[in-house]
Design a binder for this molecule. Structure first.
Ligand code: NAG
Ligand code: NAG
Ligand code: NAG
Ligand code: NAG
Ligand code: NAG
Length: 167
């Protein structure tokens, strides 16, 4: 379930600067901060990747950005009225690294997916209510530790049928 991944990332991420509002749509500005991905800039050595691999990176980047949003807001997802502006913001960032690559068209992502989560979970509270205290304790015990000493944690949780598509 990708929500679990978000929780793991939430526990692993250190504090980051507040989101910048960018790429305004007529509706609402995207609350996600895609600029956090710039710290992973591979520079001019970035290899050219096939489309599937590129799309996996794009999905992974989105999860990281949403994890930071969760950390800052206790909400997994931006509101639906920010879907368009969030894709536009991500596209703007992606275009700096992969020219001429329309991330939605190339990867088959639908606009609404960016604000639709897994199992109807939007907030951290909903997630915690759903998984229950025992599971939550297990995750915290295993994952809330410094990255220097952390045992490997599963970064590819099982697929959830109602989650965003896995590529
Ligand atoms: C803003 O979002 C709405 C709803 O998703 C969409 O219909 C509209 O075309 C978007 N406007 C711009 C300028 O992208
Ligand atoms: C966008 O959606 C949020 C959450 O559903 C809502 O609180 C907000 O008023 C909406 N903004 C506009 C401009 O429709
Ligand atoms: C998801 O939540 C919405 C509103 O909270 C509800 O109308 C809808 O039926 C829910 N869908 C599922 C699959 O539980
Ligand atoms: C789960 O933990 C919360 C906070 O520690 C507590 O308020 C709640 O009663 C617990 N729920 C159950 C079912 O044990
Ligand atoms: C994670 O560990 C830190 C430091 O030990 C602690 O302050 C924090 O409350 C823990 N978080 C959770 C969710 O248990």
């Amino acid at each position: 379930m990708s929500s679990l991944l978000f929780l793991l990332l939430l526990l692993l991420l250190s504090s980051s600067p507040p989101p910048t509002l960018s790429q305004q749509n007529d509706t609402v500005a995207c609350p996600l901060n895609f600029d956090v991905l710039r710290r992973f800039n591979p520079g001019s050595n970035r290899p050219k990747l096939d489309r599937n691999t590129e799309c996996q990176y794009i999905l992974g980047g989105l999860r990281l950005v949403e994890a930071q949003y969760l950390q800052l807001t206790d909400s997994f997802l931006p509101p639906p009225n920010a879907s368009e502006s969030c894709w536009a913001a991500y596209q703007a960032l992606a275009s700096d690294f992969v020219p001429n690559f329309d991330i939605r068209a190339s990867c088959g992502f639908e606009t609404s997916w960016i604000s639709q989560g897994c199992m109807n979970i939007t907030t951290r509270q909903q997630f915690e209510d759903l998984v229950g205290n025992a599971t939550l304790k297990d995750v915290i015990d295993n994952c809330n530790q410094s990255l220097g000493t952390a045992r490997p944690v599963p970064l590819a949780p099982p697929a959830c049928p109602t989650c965003k598509p896995r590529i």
